[in-house]
Design a protein around this ligand. Structure first.
Ligand SMILES: C[S@@+](CC[C@H](N)C(=O)[O-])C[C@H]1O[C@@H](n2cnc3c(N)ncnc32)[C@H](O)[C@@H]1O
Length: 263
């Protein structure tokens, strides 16, 4: 894990600012959430938590599947929650501002945690999974979609031609996630590689910014001027064009269905 931990206030700020633009560029995020929804377990939960709920895409899908459940949409970014509140007004549905690594929820109070493309923002997996296990009832389920280390590898490689700062988030391999999750046991898991394509690097950068997912990592040094650095970056990315001439951006997606062990 990188010694320089990302500032969560910056993560929250970045996603809050992106709330109004997020849905316009979140096709991949919706496709992943849909896939995770298809894996929802057959159960009759009293309490369902959508962790890192963003603009609330999954809310009506979770409500349709579990009409009797209390639904909690939790997010670090107040701006995301404000946007989501304006979008859905449902019975037994509450919005909570909070951090996945320090959940403002009671022990053994949740039957099902649903979380699509949010936990990759957490840098302390032991703490994160201890929190998920703490709030889950014994036998409760955590249905998670998160990102693996091949995600945005082309962008990481291109930045490496510019400097050795951390410009792109690092994502942990599945074995490390599993090793960090003491009280959760896998029921089912799957890995998928999706490669998005762009004509220009600017399109990818614009999309990451509109998602709120652009770089908020601490900067160590700035050698070359901005335009010079961007020229090197663009050239290094260009060298990775596919045979169809387009620029690839890989997303390695883990779908995890974990159960809270009773011990
Ligand atoms: C890529 S968006 C995904 C949103 C939604 N789940 C979806 O599929 O559209 C990631 C969300 O996770 C939230 N997030 C990031 N770090 C978080 C944390 N530590 N605790 C709770 N939410 C967090 C962000 O604010 C953002 O709304």
């Amino acid at each position: 894990m990188n010694a320089q931990v990302r500032d969560k206030r910056l993560v929250a700020q970045s996603f809050s600012r992106a709330a109004a633009t997020y849905d316009s560029v979140a096709a991949l995020q919706r496709a992943v959430a849909d896939q995770l929804i298809n894996q929802l377990p057959v159960m009759t939960p009293e309490v369902v938590l959508d962790l890192g709920s963003g603009t609330g895409y999954a809310t009506p899908l979770l409500r349709a599947r579990y009409p009797q459940a209390q639904l909690f949409s939790l997010d670090l970014a107040e701006g995301m929650l404000a946007y989501a509140r304006g979008r859905h007004r449902l019975e037994s549905h509450h919005h909570i501002c909070g951090d996945a690594e320090a959940l403002p929820l009671a022990d053994a109070s949740v039957d099902l945690i649903f979380s699509s493309l949010a936990i990759q923002w957490c840098e302390q997996p032991r703490r994160l999974f201890a929190e998920l296990a703490r709030v889950l009832k014994p036998g409760g389920r955590a249905l998670l979609a998160t990102l693996g280390p091949a995600t945005l590898s082309e962008l990481r490689r291109a930045w490496a031609a510019v400097d050795d700062d951390r410009h792109v988030n690092e994502f942990l391999p599945l074995v490390q996630l599993e090793a960090a999750a003491d009280a959760l046991r896998p029921c089912w898991q799957q890995t998928e590689l999706r490669v998005l394509e762009y004509e220009r690097l600017g399109e990818l950068m614009h999309e990451l910014k509109a998602l709120g997912a652009h770089n908020v990592n601490p900067r160590r040094r700035q050698g070359l001027s901005g335009p010079a650095r961007l020229r090197i970056l663009a050239r290094a990315y260009d060298e990775q064009r596919l045979s169809n001439g387009r620029l690839p951006a890989s997303y390695e997606i883990y779908y995890l269905d974990w159960i809270r062990t009773s011990a």
